[in-house]
Each structure stands twice: as C-alpha cells, then as structure tokens.
Design a protein around this ligand. Structure first.
Ligand code: IPM
Ligand code: MN
Length: 352
C-alpha cells in the first residue's frame, strides 16, 4: 500500500492549533479509509526564523519537495514587522509557493445553511452561492522585479507572461467544466497592459472550451458583484493581487475568514492552507476556527492523494458538526454556547 508522506508546516500564531485540529481529522480519516500516512513536521515563517534564522529554512525546503503534499497552518508575527525583507514570514511563504511551483490557488466558497447569522448579507442574496476563486499564485506584483524602496521612491513590478496566464487559465476552464460551466475572468484591462494580455490569452483559450460560458469583468465591478450577486458566480479567475483581495471579501459571504480552505496546485506537491493569517491576538487561546484547515485537509485528500471518498466524508462531517449547535466564537449564533478549537475538531472527528 502506498505511504503518503505529508510535510506539515504549523507556522506561527494560531497555525499550530489549527494544524493540530486538521491532523486529528486527517488521522481519523486515514484510519477510517485505510490510508497510510507519514507526517513530517518542519518550521516555517517566524518559527523558521527562530529555529534556523530563515522563514523558509533549508530543512523545510528539502522536506517539502519530496512530499506527496504540504499542509500549512499560517505564517506571520508582528515582532518581525520591521525586520528586513529576507527575514519576514511572508517572504518565506512566497519562497515556499515559488519552490513548489504552485501557480494556481483554488479557494472554494460555499455557504453553510446553518451559518446564515454569521454573514452580513441577507439570506436571499446569499442563497445558492457556491463559487470557486482561482487565483494566480506565483507571478504578478508579489514576485515582479525590480522592486525597491529607498524611502523616497518605492517600486513594484506587475509582469505576466503568456505561459503564466495560459497554465492557470487552463486549470480554471477545466474546473468550470466540472462545475456549472461558467468562468468569470477578472482584470483591469481598461488601465493595465498585463490585464490586456490576460484578457487576450483567456479569450484565445476559450475556443478550446466551447461548453464553458466566459465573461470578462473589471476588478472593481467584480468586488461589487461578489456581494451584490454572489449566486451568479461559478469559477472566478484572476491574477495574484486581485485574487488575494477578492478572496478575503468572499470569506464574508461564508460568514468567517476561519472557514475558508485553499489548495495551491502546480506540477509537484500541492500546498494546502486555510486562507486566514496567523491571528496573533488569538494565538494559544484555543479560540481559532479550525474549519478552514480541516477543509484544506479535505482538498489535500481530493487533489494530492486522489481520495475523493475520504474528502467527501470530511466535508460531510464538517457540515454535520456545524448543524449540531455549539460552534467556535467567530460563527456562534447570538446566545449560543461557544466551543474552542479542540472541541470543534473533536466534534468533526466524531461526526466522521
Ligand atoms: C494569503 C495571504 C498571503 C498572500 C500573505 C500572508 C503573504 O494573505 O494567502 O492570502 O497575500 O498571499
Ligand atoms: Mn490574503
């Protein structure tokens, strides 16, 4: 039987707590579905700086490349806010994504019927919302050179090549094919050359996907559409920075940033992480919502371990636990009992 080696990077802040919860669910699913898992932990982010003076230290870099998949908690530490760029946790995360070559970041947004109270949107506006953001992850402003800041002038570079746009767009078209066959490509082609190329390349690829209905819109209008008519959206394809911003906005639909999982895919091991950050004020208090991480574990089983049966079982267990009443404080209904990270995970394990 195949042994799946998973590199586990708990990271900083609430990262270790949500990872412990995710691993409890992964182990339970592993037993139930007969998976042989080998888990290897590595430091990342501020924890990497503390252990090895590097937010993406060498042992971590070597550990992730040979893994079947990488599970990450969160990185970020206010103590390193003023640190030089090479010591920042976020720089480590960008280096990890680049090393794995995970050019497509998938962020599914589904609405759980029992969480209507957590979203500021009216239920009738939310009804039927089920979308997938496909964010380009290894290009654009995050990586463009030159970049600099001399205290008077600061520069970042927005650069995209045709192959970078093609590979992520293909993945988005394929994803749309497996869903409701609608693809919304988001850009700022009225102003930016990179967006004009983006629009051109996506339009050319559309010829190969006649069954997928393609629409192009500008990012400002996309931000509005996301809250005014979310149910009209299926797959939303966009570049790195726009995708970062729109996915936090989309989390509001679901009710909490703590709920959303992500999968980052390329040609090697996939990277799975909740979309939230390290939330320093919540760290060590057993209050963080582990569901974004648990959902990421499900995505890992689906995409990297080819076990959709185990992934579906986790998604169902989460849905059942959410319906059951007590929830973490970010999604508890007014007056309802609040439970902690560990208890939330325990309920999902027992629902499994
Ligand atoms: C995310 C995060 C990261 C990003 C940060 C921590 C660098 O906000 O995964 O969305 O901007 O990609
Ligand atoms: Mn973000």
């Amino acid at each position: 039987m195949t042994v799946h080696r998973i590199a586990v990077l708990p990271g900083d802040g609430i990262g270790p707590e949500v990872i412990a919860a995710g691993l409890a669910v992964l182990r339970a699913a592993g037993e139930r579905y007969g998976l042989r898992l080998e888990l290897a932990e590595y430091p990342m982010g501020a924890a990497g700086v503390a252990a090895h003076g590097d937010p993406f230290p060498r042992p971590t870099a070597e550990g992730v490349v040979g893994a079947a998949a990488v599970l990450l908690g969160a990185v970020g530490d206010p103590a390193l806010d003023g640190a030089p760029r090479h010591l920042k946790p976020e720089t480590g995360l960008l280096a990890l994504r680049a090393r794995l070559g995970v050019f497509a970041n998938l962020r599914p947004v589904a609405i759980h019927p029992a969480l209507g109270h957590s979203s500021p949107l009216r239920p009738e506006r939310l009804a039927g919302t089920d979308l997938l953001i496909v964010r380009e992850l290894t290009g654009g402003l995050y990586y463009g050179e030159p970049r600099s800041n001399d205290g008077q002038v600061a520069v970042n570079t927005l650069r995209y090549t045709r192959p970078e746009i093609e590979r992520v767009s293909r993945l988005a078209f394929e994803a749309a094919r497996g869903r409701r066959k609608k693809l919304l490509s988001v850009d700022k082609a009225n102003v930016l050359e990179t967006s004009q190329l983006w629009r051109q390349v996506v339009s050319e690829l559309a010829a190969g996907y006649p069954d997928v209905q393609l629409e192009h819109i500008y990012v400002d209008y996309a931000a509005m559409r996301l809250v005014s008519d979310p149910a009209s959206l299926d797959v939303v394809l966009t570049e790195n920075m726009f995708g970062d911003i729109l996915s936090d906005e989309a989390a509001v639909l679901a009710g909490s940033l703590g709920l959303l999982p992500s999968a980052s895919l390329g040609n090697g091991p996939g990277l799975y992480e909740p979309i939230h950050g390290s939330a320093p004020p919540l760290a060590g208090k057993d209050v963080a919502n582990p569901i974004g991480t648990i959902g990421s574990v499900a995505l890992m089983l689906r995409y990297s371990l080819a076990r959709p049966d185990a992934a579906d079982a986790i998604d169902r267990a989460v849905a059942r636990a959410l319906t059951g009443g007590a929830r973490t404080r970010d999604i508890a209904a007014p007056g309802e009992a609040v439970i902690g990270t560990r208890e939330m995970a325990a309920r999902i394990v027992s629902a499994l």
